[in-house]
Design a protein. Structure first.
Length: 291
């Protein structure tokens, strides 16, 4: 499938500089899962408990330290609020809201507070969405052509990394990219290669060649406020695709720069781009054709 043309205006904005004036900080997480089959090879897509979409998101954050301080101040205030006394997620032994914000676990009142906080900060959000029914179709067709081919969740994840970063590694001297830990094994080298591949494709396509430093580091939301932020932004996108509820995404849309729905090919074979001027809404996706 073609990656398509570059979205209008995607290179017009300057990256969000950190305090050293040369480094851009990216935070990457996923929503949904990349599972297609169970251990016996039976299809899980479309069954209860298996997400319909896999989404990879990136938050570009200017003042990471400032955002972290504000998130800690907010959590301290909420923990001291008698209104949340006895709420399970505020029990430190459960390791949820009491230790780190996580949109799935946090009470609705907390989500509202966190979203309001994020909207006060200089954040840009990007995401790539895959419909797992379409991914399954591709895998099954490939298996017919290549009987020895075996689908890997890492393969899907890395392909979205290349799409997500295809035009975001060429403007500054240094990029610090924090990925949420997903696998037990260390995939730093593999993710670094996916990023370098994205940069090579951009250079070949646009003739822009620049020697930049790319640092890749794994972390967890409890250790990284940027990952807590991207988790919340991803949750809003996931609610639209999985629950057909778009009010959260509408609320945080000022932070969104681009969402690429790869498998919405009703108009173009490379998918659909949703930008600040073309918001992603329930209306825009609800009539997506079934396989």
């Amino acid at each position: 499938m073609s990656e398509g043309p570059e979205p209008t205006g995607s290179r017009d904005e300057q990256p969000l500089y950190a305090r050293d004036g040369r480094t851009c900080y990216y935070f990457v997480d996923e929503a949904g899962d990349a599972t297609l089959f169970d251990r016996k090879g039976r299809v899980l897509v479309g069954t209860q408990g298996c997400s319909g979409h896999f989404i990879l998101g990136l938050a570009e954050i200017g003042d990471t330290d400032g955002l972290g301080r504000k998130m800690e101040e907010l959590r301290a205030r909420l923990r001291a609020d008698p209104y949340f006394s006895g709420v399970p997620s505020f029990d430190e032994r459960r390791g949820r809201t009491a230790l780190a914000f996580h949109a799935t676990d946090d009470p609705p009142e907390v989500r509202r507070e966190v979203y309001a906080l994020l909207l006060q900060h200089d954040i840009r959000f990007f995401a790539v969405v895959r419909d797992k029914r379409q991914v399954l179709g591709y895998v099954q067709q490939r298996n017919e052509r290549e009987p020895d081919y075996r689908y890997s969740q890492k393969e899907l994840y890395d392909s979205l990394v290349r799409r997500l970063f295809r035009d975001r590694l060429h403007q500054l001297e240094s990029y610090d990219i924090c990925f949420a830990k997903r696998w037990k094994s260390d995939r730093t080298a593999a993710l670094k290669e996916a990023l370098l591949a994205a940069r090579r494709r951009f250079a070949e396509r646009f003739g822009v060649v620049r020697d930049v430093e790319i640092r890749v580091r794994p972390s967890t939301p409890g250790q990284c406020h940027g990952l807590q932020a991207v988790d919340y932004l991803l949750w809003a996108v996931q609610r639209l695709y999985e629950k057909r509820e778009d009010r959260f995404l509408k609320f945080i849309w000022p932070l969104v720069r681009l969402i690429h729905d790869v498998d919405d090919t009703r108009i173009a074979n490379y998918g659909a781009y949703y930008t600040r001027d073309r918001p992603l809404t329930l209306e825009s996706v609800k009539n997506e054709p079934e396989i």
